[in-house]
Ligand binder design. Structure first.
Ligand code: ZN
Ligand code: ZN
Ligand code: FE
Length: 758
């Protein structure tokens, strides 16, 4: 006879670990106990030696579907009590490394039951089991038990309780288990007719099928939905939301519907159907008959499959209403604010966009927007890491000790908590353009600190003095370190790759606050986890027009061309059609007087300017519009040789030379698509050449910053660096944009703690 104690670390909370362990124990004929202890599951296993060994092997080889086991600590005990049976014991409490499971999309078994007339959960909008359902978004604290979630308000009925306690069922120990008799209920918000349950769902479906706009409470917040085939509905939604062109995400009934509209690879199909269900950016097929207004002028489409049972019911129900197989599903928020989480948010912020709000009484504790995924070199390349992924931690190989909280940037905000060698990037908070965003950030930080049972010793924030995220960090009262924005981007790429050495970072980005008080954004930095040196940047230019310039790329183009062409600039600018005849003097005066102007090295603004110069987009109605359009135009071209007869580097990455060359070619009548490609290619070559000339002995490069959402730029730059003998670090599941910088800041903070800098 042998007794072993096992500690299983990883995502073991809320994934049905204990019931699976109990089943394995029964199968192997061993006795003992299993308990959730927060950071790990603890198992005592007693029986014949062979059987105990079999049991241990089963746990490692056949864990629950959604578990992610990082480590199993097993030791034999000499002196143990005798166990008569195998039992699950209620959660105790310990602190330490905590693994909080992200929310899990509805599983195939639950989906089948949802539409099975004979099942007692037929059409139940909250059906779930041990391997699916909400997790992070309903959690108050750990260990994960019903009483510590927002499901505690819903006492289980007798039948559900029986399943919950019976190891033979799929709902054994499933914390959010419920049914039509005992679960939460959907209803139409502030409805004079008080539609609830079935009536509410039918009403929402009817509205959607007739071209209405309906807000729907999901797992991590509200969505706003309409028929994705209905041009009028989509246009009306755009008008109400003041969102003229930014693509809307679309939710489709099934993978078959997706394939009818988009090109997919096997891996993309697997992820679309998987348990995380992000939005994936897919090339749209020629014949796709969705409303043009869904993603105007955009060759790709952001698509996801239903992940909450309520969403499946919008497509299929027993009311005879014919529903489209694709619905616009855009985040339920006012542009610039975090997603709405409760009914009051919805009333205040989105009720005016909608014909009705379909809500429910299960509270959302933490917001989780949909994740958005692109692909690079056939692999996932995250644009927004949130629902389904956050707060899965990154484990670094370095031996860090202590705890830090990093507050992230100002746009696309996320924060990140570092505890020892684990880094937990948060779900997406959003833009912090006003104080409401800041309040959401502060509240979410507090909640995550509670969940992870950690009290950070150090706060980290951006160098920008007036970012709301920096202000939130100051208000934490903790010792504070500030990290330059573009260095934080490179640190995030290093952190994701678990790279701790020296590298040359190309941080091509929108704008950020530089150490010299000017606007940075096209930087080449020599970095390691302790600090950086600015080796250079793209050639600085005068950015006139203040804040409007970030929206109106033609303004950047005008001031840039005045700088490049001097006395010839009036003629050039007018020929390019960047300004109206006769207005040149005004812009020249602004340039000469440096009125409302800053010196900038922003690569993002350079892209906007080139987009305007090539006549592709003159302004942005949403962030990145002009540069994305430039990329898509470049991707249409077949001309892949870019000879160039001028110096690409000198004191700077000589972007002026590239722009000058593009202008002359454009005026000579060359195809803007080929010039768009030429721009990407030469910028990549120039940056790589500059790195090569300044790298010294360093042979690793890292690519980060919002411009690297542009996968063409990423591709040409990576190739140019590889050709020059560099190993190139790129992002994967951490976004290259500002949504990723919090993990870089946290990495810096942990390193600072380690080296006693605080
Ligand atoms: Zn399930
Ligand atoms: Zn029930
Ligand atoms: Fe940035």
């Amino acid at each position: 006879m042998k007794t072993m104690r096992l500690k299983v670390y990883g995502i073991v909370q809320g994934v049905g670990m204990r019931p699976v362990v109990a089943r394995h124990a029964t199968a192997c004929g061993i006795t003992g106990t299993v308990a959730n202890l927060g950071p790990y599951v603890e198992i005592f296993a007693q029986g014949d030696e062979d059987r105990v060994d079999d049991f241990v092997r089963l746990i490692e080889e056949e864990p629950p579907k959604r578990a992610a086991i990082l480590k199993v600590d097993a030791r034999t005990l000499d002196d143990a009590p005798i166990y008569e049976s195998f039992e699950i014991i209620e959660s105790g409490k310990t602190s330490g490394e905590i693994f909080v499971s992200p929310d899990i999309a509805i599983c195939d078994e639950c989906l089948e039951e949802l539409f099975d007339k004979g099942n007692r959960r037929y059409l139940h909008p909250f059906i779930n089991c041990t391997c699916c359902g909400p997790r992070l978004t309903i959690l108050d604290s750990l260990p994960y038990d019903r009483e510590r979630t927002s499901m505690k308000e819903f006492p289980m009925c007798e039948k559900c309780a029986k399943e919950y306690h019976d190891p033979a069922t799929r709902r054994y120990d499933a914390q959010p288990v419920c049914c039509n008799d005992c679960g939460p209920e959907v209803f139409i918000l502030d409805d004079p007719e008080e539609r609830r349950g079935r009536d509410a769902i039918i009403y929402a479906r009817k509205l959607l099928s007739e071209g209405g706009i309906v807000a729907i409470k999901g797992i991590g917040g509200f969505h706003i939905a309409c028929d994705a085939y209905n041009e009028d509905a989509v246009r009306r939604l755009r008008e109400l939301k003041h969102r003229p062109a930014k693509p809307f995400a679309v939710m489709m009934r099934s993978l078959d519907s997706v394939k009818a509209h988009c090109e997919t690879t096997a891996l993309q199909e697997e992820i679309l159907r998987g348990h995380q269900k992000p939005i994936i950016l897919l090339p749209r097929k020629e014949g796709s008959d969705l409303a043009r207004g869904v993603a105007p002028g955009n060759p790709s489409l952001g698509v996801m499959l239903p992940y909450a049972p309520l969403q499946s019911l919008l497509f299929d129900y027993d009311d005879g209403i014919k529903m489209p197989d694709a619905l616009v599903m855009t985040s339920g928020n006012v542009s610039g604010l975090p997603i709405c989480r409760d009914d009051d948010d919805a009333r205040r912020e989105i009720a005016r966009f909608c014909d009705a709000i379909l809500t429910h009484d299960r509270k959302i504790r933490i917001r989780a927007d949909d994740s958005v995924m692109d692909f690079f070199e056939g692999k996932p390349y995250m644009i927004r890491r949130s629902r389904g992924y956050a707060p899965l931690p990154y484990m670094m190989s370095e031996d860090f000790k202590g705890s830090v909280i990093a507050y992230g940037g100002e746009l696309k905000n996320t924060f990140c908590i570092g505890v020892n060698n684990l880094f937990y990037p948060s779900s997406y908070i959003g833009d912090l353009t006003d104080l409401r965003g800041k309040a959401v950030l502060a509240e979410s930080v507090e909640r995550m600190e509670t969940l992870l049972e950690t009290k950070p010793q150090l706060a980290v924030c951006d160098l920008h003095p007036s970012y709301n995220s920096s202000l939130a960090a100051e208000e934490s009262g903790l010792p504070l370190v500030r990290v330059q924005h573009h260095y934080a981007h490179i640190l995030s790429c290093m952190a994701e790759n678990d790279y701790h050495g020296d590298c040359i970072g190309i941080s091509f980005d929108g704008t950020g606050y530089g150490t010299d008080g000017t606007i940075w954004g096209g930087e080449v930095l020599r970095c390691n986890p302790s600090g950086f040196e600015r080796l250079g940047s793209i050639r600085p230019f005068l950015q006139t027009g203040g804040d409007i310039a970030s929206k109106e790329g033609w303004r950047i183009a005008v001031s840039m061309l005045i700088g490049i062409f001097g006395s010839r600039s009036e003629e050039v600018i007018e020929k390019l059609g960047l300004i109206k005849n006769g207005t040149f003097k005004t812009y020249k005066a602004m340039y000469d007087g440096k009125i409302n102007s800053v010196i900038s090295t922003s690569a993002g603004r350079l892209f906007d300017a080139v987009s305007a110069i090539l006549g592709i987009r003159y302004e942005n109605t949403f962030e990145g519009e002009a540069s994305t359009a430039l990329m898509y135009e470049a991707m249409k071209c077949n001309y892949h040789v870019c000879a160039c007869d001028y110096e690409l580097i000198g004191e700077y990455v000589e972007t002026d030379q590239i722009v000058k060359d593009l202008v002359l070619r454009r005026l000579a009548g060359e195809d803007p698509r080929e010039l768009a490609y030429r721009f990407h290619r030469l910028l990549g070559e120039a940056a790589a050449e500059f790195v090569s000339a300044n790298a010294g002995t360093v042979r690793t490069a890292a690519l980060s910053g919002g411009c690297y959402q542009n996968t063409l730029l990423l591709d040409v730059t990576k190739k140019a660096l590889t050709n020059r003998g560099f190993k190139v670090l790129t992002h994967g599941l951490i976004p290259p944009n500002d949504g990723g910088i919090s993990i870089g800041q946290a990495f810096y903070g942990m390193n600072k703690l380690k080296n006693g800098g605080i």
